[in-house]
Design a protein. Sequence first.
Lengths: 173, 405
Amino acid sequence: MKNMRTYLWALLVIVIIAFAIQYTYLGIYSSGYNFGTIELAGTSEGAAILQNWYNSKVDSWSLLDYARANTYMDFLFIIAYAGLLCSISYHLMQREKHVFINELLRWCLPMSLLAGFLDFVENGILLFDMHHFQPGHIFYPSMYVSYPKWILSGLVLFIWIISFTARLVPSRK
Amino acid sequence: MYISKQPQAQKIVTGNGDPEKQNLIDLLLLNRIGHKQLQRLQGGIDADDLSDIIQRIYDLNEKYILKLSAVDGLLRKLNDIKNEWRNDRFKKEIKHKFRDSSNKKVILAEGDSWFNYPVILTDIIDRISMDKDFAVYSLAAGGDWLLNMLSARNYVEQLSVIHPDVFLISGGGNDLVGSARIAAVVDPQGASMEFDKCEFAKYLIENAHKDKVPLDKNRFDKGVKHLSKDFFALLMFFHLQYYFLIGGILRNARKKGDKFYGIKIITQGYDYVQPSFNKSFGLNPLLWYVPFIRSFLGHGTWLKRPLQLRGILNDDVQKDILYAMIYLFNEMMINIGRLFNETDCCHVCHIDSRGSIPSNGWTDELHPRPEYFMKTARIFIDCIKETQSPTYEHVYIVNQFYSEI
C-alpha cells in the first residue's frame, strides 16, 4: 500500500510503452484511423472505422484484431490512470489548507473512480461492437460514456491546476 | 519509561490489595466517592487499579474488554495506511535536519478518529501536518479507546524515542460509545439522581466557566437525569486515566535536564455529538461523502440505536443526554489541565470544541465535516505556536476564534 503510487506509475508507463510499440509497428500500414478515434465516433463513423479496420491486414491479422488486443490492454491503462488520479488527488487534498479547494479535491476522488468506471463501460461497448462486427451491421457508439469520462478527467486536472495556482498565492493561513 | 505515579500527589498505597484504596475504588464504582477521596485515589492509582476499575464498570474480564476495544479488520488497515503515509513524511522531514531550527516543532499524536479519520476526511492531524513548521508522528487510530492507548503504551515508547516538543491526545469517545456501550450508562426512566450524588461532577459544573461556554441549564438538567451511576464512574475513570497518562509524562518534565523538559501536552474535547439515522442525501455534490459515510461506516450505531435500544426514543432527550455527557467530559478535561498547571506551569492546554460545529456541520454522528476539523486544527496550531492567547486559563475555545472558516 505504501508504494501503491509507484506501482501505478510503473503500470502506466509500461502500458504506454506497449501502446507506443504497437502504434509504431502498425503505423506504416496506417489506415487513417488510430485506435483512439473510435471511442468518440457516432453510429455511421464508427461503422466506417470498423469496416476500414476489418479490411486492413497486417501480417495476416486484420487491424480489427489489433484493435481488440489494444482494447484489452486499455483495461490495465484504466486501472493505472484512475488509480493515479485518485491517489494524487488524495495527496493534494491532504496538503490543501484552503477549505473550499480541499473540498474540491475530495470531490476528485469519486470523479476519478467514475471516470475509470465509464472507461470500463466504454471498452465493454467497443469489444461488443468488434466482436459482433459484420459488414453493414449496426454499430453501438461508446461516445455517450466517453464524453463524460473525458469531462470528468478534465475536471480533475482543472481542480489540480486550481490547487497548484492557489498555493502560489502567499499569506494563506 | 515506567508510568505509574503522578507529580505532587499524595501517594496513599504501595501495592494491590490495600484496603483503603480498595474502599475508594468501591466508592468510585458506586458513585459515592467524595471529591477529596477521588484526589487521594488519583495519587495512588496504577495500571492494575485502572484495569480493575474498568472490568467492574463494564462487568467484563480484562481479556474481553481489550478484545472489545481492539481496532481490527479493515478499520485497522486503513488506520495503518494513513499513519504509514504520515510517518513516512515525518521521517523525511527529520532527515532534512528539521530539528536544526528552534521554530520547528516535533509533535507526537495519540488519539482516536478525530486525529485519524480513515482516508476520506481531512482530520485534525492532517491539517496540523500541513504546517511546514511541524513534523508530526502519528499513533492515532480511528475507533481506538483511551483504555487501549493506555494498555498498549505505544505513546510511551515513541515519547522516549522521538522526544517531542508537543504531545497531542484525543481519547475517551470510543470508550463511551464504542460497541454500543452508551446503552449501559443511561437510565431510560429519566429519574436518575446520580448527578447530585457525584461530588466530582458537581464540582466540575460549579467551577465551569459558564460565561465562556454557556451552560444550558434546562438541557443539562434533563440530560443528567438519564445518566446512571456507571456514567459518573466512567467519567471519574477517564479522570484517573488522563491523570495517570499526563502525570507519567510530566513527572519527567519538571526541571531542566529531565527527559521531557519543556514538553507541551494538548488535550482535545469533543463537540456535542448528534444522534441520528439520517443519511443526509442532498444536492450539493461537494458533500458526496456525507451520505456515503453515513450509509457504510456505522452512522446511527454509536448513539441513536443504543439509546433507542434502552427505550429513549425522543430526539430532544437523546440530544440532551449527549449534551450533558459532552459538557461534563470537557469540564473533566479542563480540570485535569488545571491540576497539572498548578504544579507544572503551563504544560497542559485544552482545545474545547463545544458549540463549534453547527447541526449541519456533521459528517456522521461523531465526526464533523472536514472544514470543522480544519477549524479546530487551526486552534491547535495557534496553541502550539502560541500565536493566540488562551480564552481563559489553559483553555482555547474553538468557537471564539476564526468566525470565518
